[in-house]
Design a protein around this ligand. Structure first.
Ligand code: NAD
Ligand code: 89V
Length: 338
């Protein structure tokens, strides 16, 4: 498969490294409006074909899929261009900042009969996959409660300064991953109640969010996120889990320690590998980039929908929108309101 990547910024470097590790894939073209970033990535990854303009890149063609690694404002026009060009599409999260745009992108890819995957990689972290395996295999019976927790004081603003500038922050950027993990474990949610708070005075959006979800299958979960939590150990970027089931519990604790309690308790170290191009503490996320991109390649080859297809991601985005509405109006919001 030949691919093109749009947006040679902070996170795209991980995506380019991962593409280099995947057999049978070659990135043949790069695009960025920023000439310096475009030239740097072209040199680092030895990719000679570069474009400052995405429309021009699609017009020239010569690739089977596009990997859109830009921030949210460009997603709708770029996904539409890709669908019109008849290529498969990966789009970074947040897929959209409103459901109408997200639905329009899903419709465009459907009309073109092309695969559309949202790069929602957190559920692909190997520690999360290990815990998912335990729960889905029935080892703890029917899950009735989950806590999905991401609390940190890590400075995310130095690498991603735009995170300090938006009216929305933690639910839209980080909570979206953790809500998606909650869906992966317990299924879609019917309703959500959320509170938010801004602790850091130097940012515009909220940096703390606490959400209570009622899942369609009857389970309840708490999704709590904070970038205002100084603690030891600093667990960035670990998502800690506890799932209670009718026959036992599963916990993913700090330091990637997974324990399962049924009749007995078993503990296992599920520390992710540090890939050759990865660095701590990001290695957990970096490994999941490789895994989700391999999943996309496998899905295209087999004609299957990716786990986090555009259509699937509408449910995660609906939770994000409902969480903000709940926090603003101080009430429980049903997902059917959207
Ligand atoms: P960034 O600002 O560093 O990079 C984005 C790049 O896209 C910039 O170089 C910009 O010039 C380019 N760009 C924007 N619009 C363009 C257009 N229309 N045509 C060509 N180039 C264009 O941003 P980033 O930190 O790399 O984040 C990118 C996306 O990745 C965000 O949506 C962010 O939420 C997401 N992200 C995901 C993860 C994850 O784990 N999945 C982690 C970090 C960031
Ligand atoms: O994964 C992300 O979307 C990143 C971070 C981990 C910093 O929240 O923006």
């Amino acid at each position: 498969m030949k691919g093109a990547l749009i947006g040679c910024g902070f996170f795209a470097q991980n995506q380019l490294h991962a593409w280099r590790d995947i057999d049978g894939v070659e990135i043949v073209a790069l695009c960025d409006q920023d000439a310096g970033r475009l030239a740097q990535s072209a040199a680092d990854f030895n990719i000679t074909r570069t474009h400052a303009d995405a429309a021009e890149m699609f017009a020239v063609g010569g690739f089977d899929f596009v990997d859109i690694a830009t921030t949210v404002p460009s997603h709708l026009p770029l996904v539409k261009m890709a669908a019109e060009a008849g290529v498969h599409i990966i789009c970074q999260k947040p897929f959209a900042d409103n459901l109408a745009d997200a639905r329009a992108m899903v419709a465009a890819a459907d009309a073109a009969q092309k695969t559309l995957m949202v790069h929602e990689n957190f559920r692909w972290q190997s520690a999360i996959q290990a815990a998912l395996y335990v729960v889905k295999s029935g080892s703890i019976g029917d899950p009735f409660f989950g806590r999905f927790s991401f609390r940190s004081g890590y400075d995310v603003f130095s690498g991603q300064p735009y995170l300090a500038e938006g009216a929305r922050f933690i639910i839209e950027d980080l909570g979206i991953h953790i809500l998606d993990i909650a869906r992966a474990f317990l299924g879609d949610a019917d309703r959500i109640a959320a509170t938010t708070k801004r602790v850091n005075p130097n940012i515009k959006g909220e940096d703390v969010a606490t959400m209570l979800l009622t899942h369609a299958g009857g389970a309840t979960s708490v999704v709590d996120c904070s970038y205002a939590t100084r603690r030891t150990p600093e667990t960035f970027p670990e998502t800690l889990l506890e799932i209670d089931g009718t026959e036992g519990t599963a916990r993913l604790d700090a330091g990637y320690q997974l324990s399962v309690t049924g009749k007995e308790t078993h503990s296992v170290d599920v520390n992710p590998p540090v890939l050759s191009w990865a660095e701590k503490p990001w290695h957990n996320i970096q490994e999941s980039v490789l895994t989700i991109q391999q999943h996309f390649v496998d899905c295209v080859a087999k004609g299957r929908a990716p786990q986090t297809s555009g259509a699937d991601n509408l449910q995660t985005l609906a939770l994000v929108e409902a969480a903000y509405l709940s926090a603003a109006e101080g009430r429980t919001v049903r997902l059917s309101e959207h």
